[in-house]
Design a protein around this ligand. Structure first.
Ligand code: PLP
Length: 229
């Protein structure tokens, strides 16, 4: 078995163990392989090992990789998980399946307007600044509901849920707190009548805590592909 295939299997085993410990069905947690800085040939190896969802952070790198793997386009789901500037929305709307880090209505409006007719709606999540830290990305918790309602009304997007990158914390209880808060916000959206189903939370270092708090999609890079340069 290749190193990538072995790493993937180990991560899937960890996901299953964390889900079982939380009394959850492991099939309720999707593994997103974060392939930023990873060469297309390695992504292809991961695909051949059974992985079908990949996340990219940088627009040009992501576009290049989607093009290099064009023969697999129908069988890979490409997620854009990085911050998105308004002048770069068009290629993302034209080539990706998901966008995770929407933090203002203007970006969502542009993505909806630029999504080509005939493509499935772009699946999107709102990024929430859940631990109110210096890294300013994401909307404040109080702004989530109005932004979600506005995005849900856009024709070519489908609002799936919320995403967060909490401040790093070492102990499991501290890791769980912001994930629990994100889950509470998703519940609030549901109670307001929005049909949202996705909690995009948890990376290599805090995946177990995220799954314990209800993550439906974990974004894992290092544990699959090794440390980035
Ligand atoms: C890089 C990145 C990840 C993956 O992080 P790892 O620690 O390598 O697992 C997940 N989410 C986002 C938004 C990232 O930028």
């Amino acid at each position: 078995m290749s190193v990538i295939a072995a790493n993937l299997q180990a991560v899937l085993n960890d996901i299953a163990a964390a889900a079982q410990q939380a009394g959850r069905d492991p099939s309720g947690v999707t593994l997103l392989a974060v392939s930023k800085t990873v060469a297309p040939a390695i992504v292809r190896a991961a695909f051949q090992a059974g992985q079908a969802a990949f996340g990219e952070n940088y627009v040009q790198e992501g576009l290049d990789k989607i093009a290099a793997l064009a023969d697999l386009r129908d069988r890979i789901t490409w997620h854009f998980i990085g911050p998105l500037q308004s002048n770069k929305t068009r290629p993302v709307a034209e080539h990706f399946d998901w966008v995770h880090a929407i933090d203002r209505l203007k970006i969502a409006e542009r993505l909806s307007a630029q999504r080509p007719a005939g493509m499935a709606p772009l699946q999107v999540c709102i990024q929430v600044n859940i631990s109110d830290e210096a890294s300013k990305s994401g909307v404040a918790p109080a702004e989530v509901l109005p932004l979600a309602q506005a995005i849900a009304a856009l024709p070519n997007l489908r609002l799936r849920g919320l995403m967060a990158i909490p401040a790093p914390a070492d102990d499991p209880d501290a890791q769980r707190r912001p994930f629990a808060a994100l889950r509470g916000l998703l519940d609030q959206l549901r109670q307001s009548g929005l049909h949202v189903d996705t909690l995009s939370m948890g990376m290599s270092a805090d995946m177990g805590a995220a799954i314990a708090e209800g993550a439906t999609l974990v974004r894992i890079g290092t544990a699959i592909f090794g440390a980035r340069a």
